[in-house]
Design a protein around this ligand. Structure first.
Ligand code: TUI
Length: 310
């Protein structure tokens, strides 16, 4: 059985979280995942607080199941969004791209289940001490902003330093990945890239097509020189940034400015030249569009078949 203590903590049927994806995971995708028994998560990304309020209210009309909101801590609006989630009494808050310590008391006092995304054991320990209900340990196979360690190396090390459930993220797209995560000590998984091709995912068709046609070696991590590596599909845009990172005549300011607006161009316009298509290394495993419910049921069945054979 893949059911674990995280299902009771969060109030979900299956221990599958939908990874928050900036500009992508809106109320519709989150509600579809939650209605299908997983935990849908609205991504605040770098959007203003009013957008996040709107999405929370919309999700409440679309599902009666619990859902979460992810706060990207590098966002200039993080402080304001931290208040919004408390006011709206969102069931679950996940955080990413930073240290959530200064918000922990505010959220736990509001009765929110707080589950930080970490890329190291240090932040996992600190978050557990401050009242996190669980930890999402995300390896660098993931799409978007990433840390140094792989999921295989990170998850068991995080499991060894906290006594709350650990959710594995990064490099998981099917039941084999889920079963492997359980072998490492995880009590659930977070999956982003596979939900890009969910029928309820409102991204440009070009984005879905690029994920479906991606091969194993078609993602690249750029931004290392700036200290915040980001994994995306190889495109003219990402290859250009990658080469500029090794060009000493290009300043850091110039590098920073190249990325501005590129996520929106990928998601809304499907711009295959100037867009930045965030995706994890598992894109090569993804072959077709399915509903969120079909994706979840398939992964659970595969994982249970494998784990039942132990
Ligand atoms: O947050 C993510 N993935 C993201 S956020 C995002 S939006 C964005 N847009 C432009 C530039 C950068 C981001 C796209 N993808 N994943 C969770 C994650 N968190 N991965 C790694 C971390 C992390 C890194 C350092 C968490 C904490 C951390 O702590 C630093 C500290 O201060 O201790």
């Amino acid at each position: 059985m893949v059911k674990s203590q995280i299902c009771d903590i969060v109030g979900i049927k299956y221990p599958i979280f939908q990874g928050a994806m900036a500009w992508i995971s809106d109320a519709e995708l989150a509600a579809a995942v939650s209605s299908a028994g997983g935990l849908g998560i609205i991504a605040a990304g770098s959007a203003p607080a009013y957008y996040v309020s709107e999405q929370i209210r919309k999700a409440k009309t679309l599902t009666d199941k619990p859902f979460g909101v992810n706060i990207m801590l590098m966002s200039p609006h993080a402080e304001e969004i931290a208040k919004v989630v408390a006011e709206e009494k969102v069931a679950v808050v996940t955080t990413g791209a930073g240290n959530p310590s200064k918000y922990m008391a505010q959220w736990t006092e509001a009765g929110i289940t707080v589950i930080p995304v970490v890329a190291s054991t240090g932040l996992a320990k600190m978050s557990a001490k401050l009242g996190a209900a669980a930890i999402i340990a995300e390896g660098c196979e993931a799409g978007g902003h990433i840390g140094e360690l792989t999921t295989m190396a990170l998850v068991p090390q995080v499991c060894d330093v906290v006594d709350i459930p650990v959710i594995a993220a990064g490099g998981i797209a099917d039941g084999r990945g889920m079963a492997a995560a359980y072998m490492l000590g995880a009590a659930g998984v977070q999956i982003g890239t596979r939900f890009l091709v969910a029928k309820e995912c409102n991204i440009h068709q070009n984005y879905k097509d690029k994920v479906i046609s991606a091969r194993d070696i078609d993602t690249i991590a750029t931004g290392k020189r700036l200290g915040h590596p980001v994994r995306s599909l190889k495109t003219a845009f990402s290859r250009d940034i990658f080469s500029k990172e090794y060009d000493s005549s290009v300043t850091n300011e110039e590098l920073e400015s190249i990325g501005v607006g590129a996520l929106r161009l990928a998601v809304e316009e499907g711009d295959t030249k100037k867009g930045c298509f965030l995706a994890g290394q598992v894109a090569g495993l993804i072959k077709k569009e399915q509903t969120a419910g079909e994706i979840i049921e398939e992964i659970i069945k595969e994982a249970e078949d494998i784990l039942g054979r132990r």
